[in-house]
Design a protein around this ligand. Sequence first.
Ligand code: SF4
Length: 62
Amino acid sequence: MRITVDRSRCEGHGLCEGAAPALLQADEGYAELLFEGEVPADQQAAAIRAVRVCPIAALRVT
Ligand code: SF4
């Protein structure tokens, strides 16, 4: 699983950080990934929570 942030959509609400603090940090107006590559197995549920909580659908998991 990978997670991506569409910076053109992200408005920096920060809800994703609350849902997945080990994966995302909302900073300077948009979310930053805190890791590279595949989402660790123990963080995949958090990644899905982050996608669902984003109010403008700026996050995507593939
Ligand atoms: S919740 Fe969505 S809009 Fe807010 S910082 Fe995260 S990705 Fe950006």
